[in-house]
Write a protein that binds this ligand. Structure first.
Ligand SMILES: Nc1ncnc2c1ncn2[C@@H]1O[C@H](COP(=O)(O)OP(=O)(O)O)[C@@H](O)[C@H]1O
Ligand SMILES: [Mg+2]
Length: 261
């Protein structure tokens, strides 16, 4: 592990928007916490959907991810204990969009999150999940530089594979320069509708090409998953029996099992 103070840091990434990064960040983190892990979730997307999805009003956040990246606050100073036991959040604040621009002129601008982790001295976390913005920008580069692993969410649609090469290329470049310990945690298929022929076809292509890197568990399309954020809770607190809640618990178990191997 890169960081002495905690377990794996997993960046949830894909430069495409709307492929289930935020939904996965919230519900995977909550599932890991429900399985008795201590989990820290970082909202690195200026849209702040992870923050609001956990019932935290972005406008009322005084300091969060932005202050950490501007080195004004430490992670301990800005993390919030959520209503889900064991789950802690570093929220996105309104000004996070500005960080992307302000960081450009900083020396070591890709390393700031990494340094924030290195100087973390609070109670250790078993997992750190980072929700990335839908771009291969400096915020994402900070996540990839600080991460042990990347979890790629992939929506099973016709253009799914497009853009994946660019992402894997970026991961390879980061590995070659900023973070040689970076690895791919896996690919998670999201919003899957197995009744749909095209989705089935995309799934088997992805599995044929990426093999064991693809999570066995898939996330089905499930309306409870899209409703839960409006209640400000992870799906398991909205409808534990839903296929969406069950799927994310399975993914969390699979992640823990893979870890143990
Ligand atoms: N498995 C799913 N079933 C139904 N809706 C989903 C599912 N996953 C995500 N969504 C919805 O799709 C939209 C995009 O998902 P989101 O997680 O925000 O993607 P990203 O963070 O990659 O932009 C959101 O409105 C979300 O509620
Ligand atoms: Mg998102």
């Amino acid at each position: 592990m890169k960081h002495k103070n905690f377990g794996p840091v997993i960046a949830i990434a894909n430069q495409k928007g709307g492929v289930g990064k935020t939904t996965t960040s919230i519900n995977l983190a909550a599932s890991l916490a429900a399985l008795d892990r201590r989990v820290l979730l970082l909202d690195l997307d200026p849209q702040g959907n992870t923050t609001s999805g956990l019932g935290v009003d972005k406008q009322s956040v005084e300091s969060g991810m932005y202050a950490v990246l501007m080195q004004e606050n430490s992670i301990q100073e800005v993390l919030i204990e959520t209503d889900c036991e064991g789950l802690y959040l570093v929220p996105a604040s309104m000004d996070l969009a500005g960080a992307e621009i302000e960081l450009v002129t900083e020396d070591g601008r890709e390393n700031i999150l990494q340094q924030a982790f290195d100087s973390f001295e609070g109670e250790p976390f078993d997992f750190v999940i980072v929700d990335c913005p839908p771009a291969l920008n400096l915020l994402t580069l900070n996540a990839l530089t600080a991460a042990d692993r990347v979890l790629i969410t992939l929506q099973t649609e016709f253009y799914a594979m497009e853009g994946l090469t660019q992402l894997i290329d970026t991961i390879r470049r980061v590995k070659g320069s900023l973070n040689r310990d970076l690895s791919i945690d896996g690919i998670l298929l999201t919003m899957v509708d197995r009744r749909n022929n095209l989705a089935q076809q995309v799934e088997s292509e992805v599995r044929a090409y990426f093999g064991k890197q693809v999570y066995q568990s898939i996330i089905p399309r499930n309306v409870r998953l899209s409703e839960a954020p409006s209640f400000g809770v992870p799906v398991m607190y909205h409808d534990i029996r839903s296929t969406g809640a069950q799927a994310y618990i399975q993914v969390a178990q699979e992640m823990i099992q893979r870890q143990a191997v």
